[in-house]
Design a protein around this ligand. Structure first.
Ligand SMILES: *[C@@H]1O[C@H](CO)[C@@H](O)[C@H](O)[C@H]1NC(C)=O
Ligand SMILES: *[C@@H]1O[C@H](CO)[C@@H](O)[C@H](O)[C@H]1NC(C)=O
Length: 195
């Protein structure tokens, strides 16, 4: 048996009427799209973070191994992070003040989170775009999502960021520090521990 176009149209129209209607004027309680009312989302955040971290970075935190090697005198850094574990994503808002000259690092960028406890040195796990702008306020902000890459090979030859997950920072922020390296201060112009 074959439906005529008219019969088919009528059938579709009937089933359309029978199904729940969308949008305004429909069954507001039952259709998820009817939640598409700004008021229902007024307490929502734009991004969800499991942890936010604010770090003050200073020149006197810089180390070569465990030996203090002061960074740039009177330079300061404010490194702000928001971490979403499920999405393996870290958002950053980094401001440097008094850091001058070109950046320098064997990594892809010269602004990092390294894995090491306070007073010690360790490999970069995350490489962030270098802050830009006038020397009294260089800024960098955005988000990175894994898999990550630093451009630095670890002892096993793999990139030091390759198997990194932001969950590791949430689990042990004291095991990580952030810094920025320059030509004049290759070990770090400023450094700060994440906890
Ligand atoms: C760091 O220390 C090592 C040995 O302790 C030394 O060879 C190296 O030159 C130092 N690096 C800098 C940039 O001072
Ligand atoms: C980054 O933080 C600074 C203050 O430290 C703020 O003025 C700026 O608006 C922030 N940038 C973004 C993109 O949120």
């Amino acid at each position: 048996m074959q439906f005529s176009t008219a019969a088919l149209t009528a059938l579709l129209a009937t089933s359309a009427v029978a199904s729940p209607t969308w949008g305004h004027g429909g069954d507001k309680k039952n259709h998820w799209l009817d939640k598409w009312d700004k008021n229902d989302y007024k307490h929502e955040k734009v991004f969800y973070f499991d942890k936010t971290i604010i770090v003050k970075a200073e020149p006197d935190q810089v180390r070569n191994g465990t030996t203090p090697v002061p960074g740039q005198p009177s330079a300061k850094g404010l490194f702000k992070f928001g971490i979403n574990v499920e999405e393996n994503t870290i958002c950053y808002n980094i401001t440097l003040s008094g850091v001058t000259g070109d950046y320098q690092s064997p990594a892809l960028t010269a602004t990092h989170i390294h894995e090491a406890a306070r007073g010690t040195s360790g490999p970069p796990r995350l490489a962030f775009p270098n802050p830009k702008g006038p020397d009294d306020r260089r800024v960098s902000y955005g988000c990175l999502t894994g898999p990550f890459k630093t451009g630095v090979p670890g002892p096993d030859g793999a990139d030091t960021g390759a198997n990194f997950h932001v969950e590791q920072i949430v689990a042990n922020p004291a095991g990580f520090f952030c810094d920025s390296h320059t030509k004049q201060f290759p070990l770090g112009a400023v450094r700060g521990q994440l906890a």
